[in-house]
Write a new protein. Sequence first.
Length: 131
Amino acid sequence: LPPKNWYTASPISFDIEAINTGNIHVIPMMSVAFFTNGTYPSANIELNADQRKILAGDYALFSFDTPSFTWKDIGRIDVVVHATYGITQKSIAAQWSFWYIPWWFGIILGDLLLIIILTSFSVYQKRRILL
């Protein structure tokens, strides 16, 4: 799971821990898909291309960075990790979500909210004086 639920800058670094609870070594092949504002993945990342083995009872840590997000990607981003392993190519998957809201977008929203509040207060004061 991601360490936070929202981020203000990209690319974002993540770590995936793969644990081998079996009694033989495995070579997991993983792909990470990012879904932003739609049903089609906006980016895919392949992990363990060098085919690192995970020994029985051991674990491996796979680190990766997300692609650089643009203003079009503001909002919720879904991440799906799909891994296959073993001779029979068994499959497992994990999914999580986070929010990408750039710092400059927060400033723009805060400014707009402040303008709305000040305008409403000004209109209220003028109506109160006229009555």
